[in-house]
Design a protein around this ligand. Structure first.
Ligand SMILES: [Zn+2]
Length: 236
């Protein structure tokens, strides 16, 4: 093979590799409104739960949150919403926020714009039918994404809600360890990433009780992401 072709192939592969890395990991979006946390001096935090609704864990979480008088935000996956509409209705009735985490939880990078739009619109429509009335916030499957997705979110005027505190509940079954990671890193306005979907969530539920009890004793209030955004400083 001539050297020039080898060089061209290498450059192409390298460029694709760099773009792929950027699309997957960048914490900066090129378009649209996105939030890693909320700028506020109030003692408020937002617990967010991804990948549900997923009975019985989501239902157990709702009961726990209601008992502790804490609000949370659930980024639901459309196909799970179709399977468990009654759990979504329970969330709505309890005053928790229901967000959109795509329809099928596929990576939304290197996908056609029509596919990405459909993933978002389908889930919004399902949630609307189940009584979700306020603005529906979005969180991308697998988090930070550049390029197509932010462009589409911007066109839809949809806020992208990321997080600044990940206690890694998906790889930990010791609730104390999950809770400690939150205590070590919590600040006013923090958006905390947890999961009600994906397997046995017993540890996440136990950690939630520890987190809320201790932080409430320190004066923290647990709000939905939208409630917390309403309290943000104008500088954000
Ligand atoms: Zn997810």
């Amino acid at each position: 093979m001539p050297t020039i072709i080898i060089v061209l192939i290498t450059i192409t592969l390298l460029t694709f590799y760099v773009l792929d890395k950027l699309a997957k990991t960048a914490k900066i979006q090129l378009f649209g409104e996105y939030f890693l946390k909320v700028n506020t001096k109030e003692m408020v935090v937002a617990l967010t739960y991804d990948d549900g609704p997923h009975p019985p864990y989501t239902n157990q979480l709702i009961n726990l949150l209601n008992r502790l008088e804490a609000k949370a935000t659930f980024f639901t996956v459309g196909k799970n919403v179709e399977e468990h509409p009654e759990t979504v209705m329970m969330l709505v009735e309890s005053g928790h926020e229901v967000g959109n985490h795509s329809y099928s939880h596929k990576e939304l990078i290197w996908k056609k714009p029509a596919f990405v739009s459909a993933e978002i619109n389908k889930t919004d429509e399902l949630l609307r039918r189940l009584g979700v009335r306020n603005e529906i916030l979005f969180r991308a499957p697998f988090g930070f994404k550049r390029f197509t997705l932010p462009y589409i979110l911007n066109r839809m005027h949809k806020k992208h809600i990321l997080w600044n505190l990940d206690p890694k509940d998906y790889q930990e079954n010791n609730p104390e360890l999950i809770a400690n990671r939150v205590f070590e890193n919590v600040t006013p306005g923090a958006i905390i990433l947890l999961h009600d979907g994906g397997g046995d969530r017993t540890a996440t539920i136990a950690a939630t009780e520890i987190i809320i009890t201790k932080l409430q004793a320190q004066g923290y209030k647990f709000l939905t992401v939208s409630q917390m955004l309403a309290q943000r400083n104008n500088t954000n």
